[in-house]
Unconditional design. Structure first.
Length: 154
């Protein structure tokens, strides 16, 4: 299992950054290799991705979500991974977005990507593209979901 942690400071308020992150179906617009994300209900998504020319589909469950603070998930199928994205107010119009992803690479291509730092660079690049995406929109999110999802066992 490998862990990747990356952060980016975005020039929007924490609510705008969080609201945009809850719009999972926009992820293909700034996440490399993400072809499609469908939100099935409040806590379930279906993903289509491509890594090194290998196409995969998997389902994921939102395991914890608190407005303006965090979104956590785990894969239910496909490449085993889990993670959390947190949102930290730095100033009125500046937010630090931090992604921590744990992944157990599946197959040759994913293992090579992990060992050569491709996954680290992909997460860093995705966060950079998220920054560009939300800032170029003039700080206006494409939508929002403000519901709470409690961590199992809470």
């Amino acid at each position: 299992m490998s862990t990747v942690t990356e952060s980016v400071d975005v020039d929007v308020d924490v609510t705008t950054a969080y609201n945009q992150w809850t719009q999972f179906e926009t992820f293909p617009r700034f996440m490399e290799g993400v072809e499609e994300v469908r939100q099935l209900d409040d806590t379930h998504t279906h993903w289509k991705i491509a890594v090194g020319g290998v196409h995969r589909e998997f389902d994921a469950t939102i395991t914890e979500q608190h407005p303006d603070e965090r979104v956590a998930w785990r894969a239910d199928s496909g490449p085993q991974h889990a993670g959390v994205v947190t949102f930290h107010r730095l100033a009125d119009r500046q937010t630090r977005v931090t992604a921590q992803v744990e992944i157990d690479p599946e197959g040759f291509v994913e293992n090579v990507a992990d060992k050569t730092g491709v996954l680290d660079r992909r997460v860093k690049g995705d966060l950079g593209r998220f920054k560009t995406f939300i800032e170029q929109r003039g700080g206006q999110e494409t939508g929002a979901w403000r519901g709470d999802v409690e961590r199992p066992g809470s």
